[in-house]
Design a protein around this ligand. Structure first.
Ligand code: PM9
Length: 465
């Protein structure tokens, strides 16, 4: 008999780690789940973590660190100035992302605050590939107006375009011509695009953005929060990159940009941390000066030395091939399971999360009644699984008119923390979502009874209609 060999491309993946420590998680009884979500004003951000069984609220800061990272915590150099952990972090940002100057910050929005203050002046327009909540508010608070220049496919949950995060170059050039480069401080490029469903940007698109911006003398700045996941998608989907290493793809991608801000709480596998990196010495000088006003000295930026060490080590682990394959593979597994039950989701499945399409899930609930917020509340009530609204509530109000923005996408995000949950957790989460889908006709929507001024989705409260 001839020897049988499985096609390597069809082999299952498994996590490249084994579990060393566990944290208990329990599922509350149905009547308690009902009570808890009502007490939380039907907002999953207002639930207590101990009342959540499977927490898919976010992949931010919720990942499990490796023993290599935990060991690094013991090497924290907590000197006020010049901590050796900062220099390790700086060296790894330079090595893996390729930028020249590094400013540490306590998390992503600390870096967004600095970059917006340094680059944006009142009346500016900031083009970008779909808004992100915290990014846009810092651009607005600095006096800018965000302009969406993402490709149209990004707003179609069923489009199978492999790079739905791409910038539409025509939209970008039209804006550059209309407003003139003096009113455009930089292009705000995110990879992957969170609000579009964790969709990637192609290398070709990055190259073309660079060429276009060079013609107009406008810098390109990257939101590198999930750029490693973006690099993995390029490896999997873009011609010419199949044989390249994710680490090399990441470096090449960043080379088309002039700097980046980072929430290290995602790709870099830490519970807290971020940075701003720039190639422009003058802008770096301004950011380095401002960080001491808002975050802390320029060699700790609001972090403990041990946090910077964990971040430096997390960067190294984030680009390992087997890590990133298993990470994105688990998200794909959840997406395929939901598709198998005919649950409407955004396609293709993204890098960090599966996004449920609340417009197709609840076609009978108008957007003013918060269909995605309703769905997130229902999923918690069903099984103690926590997800997050990414629709009209997250989009907020237009600062000029005060009116609600009506985004094309009305989504619920089930985000996967890295190295935390098993496939069995995914199976249980899928069953809960399928159950809610089965009973979808019963849902009626929500009315907002408390609305905070900034980033309202975090703290708003609701009542059933
Ligand atoms: N993202 C997320 O859950 C956490 C807070 S918003 C609900 O997806 C991008 C692309 C992000 C991001 C945070 C930040 C801000 C910047 N860019 O949370 O301040 O996804 O570290 O980063 C969240 P920080």
């Amino acid at each position: 008999m001839s020897e049988r060999r499985r096609d390597p491309a069809k082999k299952s993946w498994a996590e490249p780690w084994k579990v060393k420590m566990v944290e208990p998680a329990r599922q509350l009884a149905p009547e308690l789940l009902r009570e808890r979500i009502r007490d939380a004003g039907y907002n999953t951000f207002l639930l207590r973590s101990e009342d959540v069984y499977i927490d898919l609220l976010t992949d931010s800061g919720a990942s499990a660190m490796s023993d290599y990272q935990w060991a690094g915590l013991m090497l924290g150099d907590e000197a006020y100035a010049g901590s050796r952990n900062f220099y390790h972090l700086e060296a790894n940002v330079q090595k893996f992302y390729g930028y020249t100057y590094v400013v540490p910050t306590h998390q992503g929005r600390g870096a967004e605050h600095l970059v917006s203050k340094v680059y944006i002046k009142k009346g500016d327009f900031v083009p970008g590939n779909m808004y992100f909540t915290t990014t846009r508010i810092h651009q607005e608070l600095a006096g800018g107006t965000f302009v969406d220049v993402i490709v149209d496919e990004a707003s179609d949950p069923q489009s199978l375009h492999p790079f739905k995060g791409n910038v539409d170059l025509q939209k970008l050039e039209d804006l550059l011509k209309k407003k003139g480069q003096n009113c455009i401080p930089y292009v705000s490029l995110a990879a992957t695009v969170n609000m579009a469903g964790g969709q990637p940007v192609s290398m070709q698109n990055a190259r073309e953005i660079r060429a276009l911006c060079d013609r107009y003398g406008v810098p390109v700045l990257l939101d590198a929060t999930r750029a490693v996941e973006n690099a993995y998608f390029i490896q999997q989907r873009e011609t010419g990159y199949g044989e390249k290493k994710v680490a090399d793809i990441l470096r090449e991608f960043c080379s088309y940009t002039d700097g980046a801000w980072m929430s290290a709480k995602k790709d870099s596998l830490v519970n807290i941390g971020g940075w701003l990196a720039l190639n422009d010495a003058e802008k770096f000088g301004e950011a380095q000066n401002l960080v001491v006003v808002y975050e802390g000295l320029h060699t700790y930026g609001g972090l403990a030395g041990r946090d910077m060490e964990a971040m430096a080590r997390g960067i190294e682990e984030s680009v390992e091939e087997d890590h990133i394959r298993a990470r994105v593979g688990q998200v794909e597994y959840l997406g395929q399971k939901l598709l198998g039950w005919d649950v409407p989701i955004v396609l293709p499945v993204g890098g960090h999360a599966v996004f449920l399409d609340a417009k197709r899930f609840y076609p009978h609930i108008p957007q003013e009644r918060f269909p995605a917020q309703t769905l997130a509340a229902e999923i918690y009530r069903e099984a103690g699984v926590r997800t997050m609204e990414r629709g009209i509530l997250s989009a907020g109000r237009d600062p000029q008119t005060g009116l609600n923005r009506f985004p094309g996408l009305e989504l619920v995000r089930a985000a996967l923390p890295r190295r935390v949950y098993t496939q069995a957790h995914m199976d249980v989460a899928t069953e809960a979502i399928e159950e809610v889908h089965w009973n979808r006709a019963r849902a009626r929507g929500l009315r907002m009874v408390y609305e905070p001024k900034y980033l309202r989705f975090f703290q708003a409260r609701f009542e059933p209609v």
